[in-house]
Write a protein that binds this ligand. Structure first.
Ligand code: ATP
Ligand code: NAG
Ligand code: NAG
Ligand code: NAG
Length: 361
């Protein structure tokens, strides 16, 4: 009993760790770069990675670390995606020097996922390595406070996955002043329509796109996701290198590609000086526990991109795994059933609609 609560509450938390666990359950092998202590939580964490047949060589162990979290990179048969995360307690161990040791890994990965719990110097070092080798960077903001760290790395970032509040905080960090205020949904007694929600968030999204972030996935809880880009082709393009060579996620690719396929073009347009946006409604779910939904959304999306699916298909899988997460009592469901994920991804994919703004905005 004691052990299992420790496992759930302590060792198995952590944004990047959840993302990585979700990815591994979808057939992708994440490579973690992190630091843990020589304590029980650290042992549990490492045991769990080893039993999932994931590499632990990027995880530094040190007696002065009190295990709190992890930082990770993802990997396929020695070469897949990458991710990084940390916590205050280990910030001093997860240094740029430690990350540099794995530069070969970052260079050969299809994606580097960084979570904003990394210290700014480490975040910058990881992103710079990725940029030098054109490895796309996915920035997961973690919290409103940490999301401001986008300011020093925005120029390296291709994908970002903020919720509404993190989006506003990131836009403020990237502007010269705090020009955006959070949407206080609890003060609005009528339910906001998707369109008015989009209008409220649009200026902040625009700031992130102007800073060069290519694809923004804004999570909206039970209202789903906005997928935004300055370039229409980002929605159905394949951004990741070597994707087809990774047979482990071929099953995911095949099952989702065969069910999520559009005949004809998607009618997505943009108003002048604006960007392209799609709204994906959330899937209806029997909610057990909401934590982990955002992490599984990111994990499902990245695993799918690594499998060679396009951005729209991948976000659809992300929404399907987020649904599975809210229906499970752990952060990441114990097991992902590929057929259920594919059926749900299909619903999400065909539920997506372009969102427009009156051109006066
Ligand atoms: N009640 C719900 N029913 C169905 N799907 C949901 C529900 N809540 C969240 N989701 C799904 O999970 C996704 C992510 O949720 P949310 O926007 O709350 O992320 P987050 O703020 O990053 O959350 P977290 O704290 O879980 O990391 C949503 O885009 C949606 O697809
Ligand atoms: C990240 O930082 C926050 C504090 O801002 C902390 O609560 C959390 O546990 C940290 N670790 C994770 C989960 O990445
Ligand atoms: C993906 O699906 C489409 C439509 O079913 C098909 O035309 C295409 O060949 C598939 N791609 C691969 C690589 O299987
Ligand atoms: C695309 O959407 C716009 C805006 O809703 C609409 O005016 C236009 O007729 C649509 N075009 C097609 C081909 O459906």
């Amino acid at each position: 009993m004691l052990l299992s609560s420790l496992l759930v509450l302590y060792a198995l938390g952590g944004v990047a760790r959840n993302v990585a666990e979700c990815m591994s359950k979808l057939g992708t092998k994440p490579y973690m770069i992190s630091a843990v202590g020589l304590d029980m939580a650290g042992n549990l964490l490492l045991e769990q990675w080893k039993s999932a047949e994931l590499s632990t060589e990027g995880i530094q162990r040190h007696q002065d670390i009190e295990t709190a979290v992890v930082c990770n990179i993802f990997d396929g048969k020695g070469e897949l995606a990458a991710a990084v995360a940390s916590v205050d307690a280990i910030e001093k161990f997860l240094t740029p020097e430690w990350v540099w040791k794995f530069s070969w890994k970052i260079r050969s990965s299809p994606v580097l996922m960084v979570d904003a719990n990394l210290s700014s110097p480490t975040l910058e070092a990881a992103c710079q390595l990725a940029a030098e080798s054109k490895t796309p960077v996915w920035f997961e903001p973690v919290s409103v406070a940490k999301s401001k760290r986008i300011a020093s790395v925005a120029k390296y970032v291709s994908f970002a996955s903020p919720n509404e509040d993190e989006l506003i905080a990131m836009a403020n960090a990237l502007s010269s002043a705090d020009v955006f205020s959070p949407i206080k949904r609890e003060d609005i007694h009528i339910k906001l329509s998707v369109r008015s929600l989009f209008q409220m968030l649009r200026p902040a999204i625009q700031v992130l796109l102007e800073k060069g972030i290519k694809v923004i996935v804004v999570t909206l809880g039970s209202d789903g996701v906005f997928l935004c880009s300055s370039e229409k082709h980002e929605f159905d393009s394949l951004n990741f290198r070597d994707v087809k060579s990774h047979s482990f996620s071929r099953q995911l690719y095949e099952i989702v590609n065969s069910s999520c396929h559009r005949n004809g073009i998607l009618n997505v347009t943009r108003s002048k000086g604006s960007f392209y946006a799609l709204h994906f409604p959330a899937l209806s779910a029997s909610v057990v526990r909401l934590t982990g939904a955002g992490d599984c959304l990111v994990g499902g999306t990245i695993a799918s991109l690594c499998a060679g699916l396009d951005v729209m298909q991948s976000v659809a899988v992300g929404i399907a795994s987020a649904k599975a997460a809210v229906e499970a009592d752990s952060n990441v469901p114990a097991k992902h059933c590929l057929t259920n994920i594919a059926d749900d991804a299909r619903l999400a994919y065909f539920g997506a609609r372009p969102v427009f703004c009156p051109s006066t905005l």
